[in-house]
Design a protein around this ligand. Structure first.
Ligand SMILES: Nc1ncnc2c1ncn2[C@@H]1O[C@H](COP(=O)(O)OP(=O)(O)O)[C@@H](O)[C@H]1O
Ligand SMILES: [Mg+2]
Length: 457
């Protein structure tokens, strides 16, 4: 493992020799540590020899947020030892006995082999152990499709920001690009080298040529397909899907496609995580159709504009008709009504109100009696921010992530509304976001509450 060793003294020197003997490399050794070092050195683990180093828990938190493994050597009455115990970070006695050094080496091995998970450490250190447990077990809609009946409404922007919000709030989040028409997640997340893609996975599973396999082995293989995001250990991505080849073998077998999507969703949820699929506009495409049927929650992202409303009306009618053929009329209404969460995006002022009334009216005209509410109201964001969110050279400029880093006032309303929408799926996310330190509040300290204001009015 590449290690940053913090300390200068005899114990640190001895430890650095032992680490080298066991095949570990030192990215650096220094007495003091600050968050800037996270960008200067390339390393996976940090070892703090507390009595011989100057570090704060705050800077160690920043390292854990970036997915670095922490190992602390400290005397029993050292403040860092107490912090390590309260957050579940690995702590070792100082000065270390031979036995203690062996224990340290084996924990480093566990981290290397993937048994000691960076996302679990992130949750415990950043949010606290009690919150970590609640995030993983609380009641929630954990299989989420983000779609829209029309292109360019902000589906990918919403899917990406929801995923980053969940991940920053401590939930292990799996984001899948299942847009067969315009997949672009890898650009949004600046993924240079993805392990594989959804189409790659479909081809691989097709080649396997057996539909019956051990659930556990399959689950592990599905999780293996995700690429972890550098700098955010709780977010894992399965990008890119586009194929212009309509005869592509991987797209011919609907049962297999459903099987793979089902496997991905189950594997992610089994880890206590949330799975988000960015699904393209055509609900009849074989991959989109499979995703929509497997979802527990379907976010429909539209702009409060006539063309989007008209397409939403058509989309709902088609969805109900196609489901009615399979499960009957009543069950299809139940399915759509309980899953669909409408999200108006690029909202300016109160313009969504008239739009929503219009939509309800047109549904009634079609005799589609769906009780749709505006569950999400995401405001229009200044173009320089949305532009940098996709065009700068770092994923940390994604809107919510940027808000967490810099708290620009211009983004407060967007992030607040996003937290509101996200909590329709995972209620505890609000608390996670607060613990992670970025739930926005207005100047006078009260929450802005877009949705609440609308409901009252
Ligand atoms: N809330 C918003 N405010 C301003 N611009 C937005 C907002 N959401 C999305 N956009 C912009 O709209 C365009 C389309 O967004 P995108 O997420 O790619 O849509 P889709 O995936 O539905 O095609 C992008 O230029 C994006 O920056
Ligand atoms: Mg898109």
């Amino acid at each position: 493992m590449q290690i940053l060793l913090l300390g200068t003294g005899t114990v640190t020197s001895r430890l650095s020799l032992t680490l080298a003997e066991h095949g570990h490399t030192l990215a650096g050794q220094m007495a003091a540590f600050s968050p800037q070092h996270l960008d200067l050195f390339d390393f996976q683990g940090v070892i703090v020899v507390a009595p011989e180093a100057a570090v704060t828990t705050e800077s160690l938190l920043r390292a854990a947020e970036r997915g670095k493994f922490l190992f602390i050597l400290a005397g029993a009455d050292d403040g860092l030892a107490a912090w390590a115990h309260s957050t579940g970070v690995h702590a070792f006695a100082f000065p270390p006995t031979e036995l203690e050094t062996d224990r340290l080496l084996s924990e480093i091995r566990r981290a290397e082999s993937g048994t000691l998970a960076a996302d679990a450490q992130f949750r415990r250190t950043v949010l606290g152990g009690d919150m970590a447990a609640r995030l993983q077990s609380g009641m929630a809609t954990r299989k989420i499709v983000v779609t829209s009946p029309k292109g360019g409404t902000g589906k990918t922007t919403t899917a990406v920001n929801l995923a980053v919000l969940f991940a920053l709030s401590g939930l292990t989040t799996y984001l899948i690009d299942a847009d067969a028409n315009a997949g672009s997640l890898q650009y949004h997340l600046r993924l240079q080298h993805a392990k594989t893609t959804l189409i790659g996975l479909l081809r691989q599973e097709l080649a396997r040529n057996t539909s019956v396999m051990g659930d556990i082995a399959a689950g592990a293989r599905y999780l293996e397909a995700f690429t972890p995001l550098p700098h955010l250990p709780t977010l894992k991505v399965l990008p890119g899907f586009i194929t212009d080849d309509l005869g592509d073998q991987a797209l011919q077998n609907e049962e297999r496609i459903t099987g793979v999507l089902h496997g991905l969703l189950e594997a992610g949820v089994a880890t206590g995580g949330v799975v988000i699929l960015d699904v393209g506009i055509n609900p009849a495409h074989v991959v989109h159709r499979a995703a929509l049927r497997l979802a527990e929650g379907i976010a429909i992202v539209i702009k409060p504009e006539i063309p989007d409303l008209a397409e939403t009306r058509r989309w709902l009618a088609r969805m109900l008709a196609s489901l009615s053929g399979v499960v009957g009329r009543e069950a299809s209404y139940e399915f759509v009504g309980s899953r669909v969460k409408l999200c108006y995006n690029q909202v300016i002022g109160q313009n969504f109100k008239a739009a929503h009334t219009l939509l309800q009216h047109s549904l009634k005209e079609d005799h589609l009696h769906l009780p749709l509410s505006p569950n999400g109201l995401l405001p229009f964001v200044a173009p320089h921010l949305t532009s940098e969110a996709v065009n700068s050279d770092r994923a940390e400029d994604i809107l919510v992530w940027r808000y967490k880093r810099e708290k620009p006032e211009e983004l407060a309303a967007y992030v607040d509304a996003l937290v509101g929408f996200a909590s329709h799926f995972v209620p505890v996310v609000r608390e996670g976001a607060a613990r992670a330190g970025f739930l926005p509040t207005s100047a006078n300290g009260t929450r802005k509450g877009w949705l609440r204001r609308f409901k009252k009015g």
